[in-house]
Design a protein around this ligand. Structure first.
Ligand code: ADP
Ligand code: UDP
Length: 238
């Protein structure tokens, strides 16, 4: 497999074509952004940590029956994935209230949500990723009804798998964002699962171990990500 030209450079990753039209390289950079790209910093080791963290989680999910784009890890900060036609919708499941849910509905951070909620946001930084519903997705043709249903089912299935995985490591999976895409007519989980796109709290102390450390200027961001990985039995190479 040969890496060719850069197709796209996002806020945290760059996407490269390969000599195989169906495969792409995701290159995880150290750039860290929040507030729709308004706060940006370079955090040493973050790209490598997120790439290896994502590889570990994608392999766990695939083993549990979730169809994903992940093929294999190529290096400390790069992975090979199936090329997807991305659906521009962020699927969010929340087990505990935090972040935009608290601001929107005026609830206290930490409130347990039974059952967990499901929300969708349009992936559009210029508009601040507005919240949307299934009718918007259908009316604007971002996905078909069957695909929306599948994304929802898969997002909840990921919750069952990962809630337990993190709990076994002494952590609470508060919420997370997934992105899906289509390859050969099939919906696959795309993008990444890392502490950049989820909230994780220590189960005892409720200390934040995710990107909220960056958003809130708490420091020790990458160190916290590394600790999450170590609690799951990962070792990182740089
Ligand atoms: P953003 O675009 O939000 O700034 P990133 O910096 O993470 O995010 O860039 C990665 C981009 O690659 C995202 O736009 C994501 O939707 C896209 N992407 C992720 N996985 C795939 C895939 N398998 N095929 C095509 N695009 C993908
Ligand atoms: N999230 C993300 N990318 C986004 C928006 C949200 O990965 O563009 C994740 C975020 O890290 C959290 C979950 O989705 O785990 C819910 O985020 P929320 O709606 O609370 O938004 P926030 O307050 O984090 O911007």
């Amino acid at each position: 497999m040969e890496k060719r030209k850069e197709l796209y450079s996002g806020k945290a990753k760059s996407v490269f074509t390969t000599d195989d039209d169906n495969l792409m390289v995701l290159s995880f950079r150290d750039d860290t952004s929040a507030f729709d790209g308004k706060k940006v910093e370079q955090l040493a080791r973050k790209g490598a940590v997120n790439n290896q963290f994502n590889a570990f989680i994608m392999e766990k999910l695939a083993a549990a029956g979730i169809p994903t784009h992940f093929v294999r890890r190529l290096s400390s900060n790069e992975s090979l994935v199936k090329r997807l036609s991305m659906i521009p919708v962020e699927c969010v499941v929340r087990n505990i209230a935090a972040g935009s849910l608290c601001r929107r509905l005026g609830v206290e951070e930490g409130l347990a949500l039974n059952p967990p909620t499901f929300e969708m946001f349009l992936k559009n930084d210029a508009l601040g990723d507005p919240m949307i519903n299934e009718y918007h997705v259908r009316s604007f043709g971002w996905a078909e009804p069957g695909q929306i249903e599948q994304m929802k089912v898969l997002t909840f299935k990921v919750n069952d798998i990962l809630k337990q995985l993190f709990l076994d490591g002494g952590m609470l999976l508060v919420d997370y964002k997934l992105e899906f895409g289509v390859a050969d007519g099939e919906i696959l989980l795309g993008d990444e699962f890392s502490p950049d796109g989820c909230r994780l709290w220590d189960a005892e102390t409720r200390e934040k171990m995710d990107k909220d450390r960056f958003r809130q200027g708490l420091g020790g961001v990458v160190e916290a990500y590394e600790q999450v990985g170590q609690r799951l039995g990962m070792t990182f190479e740089y």
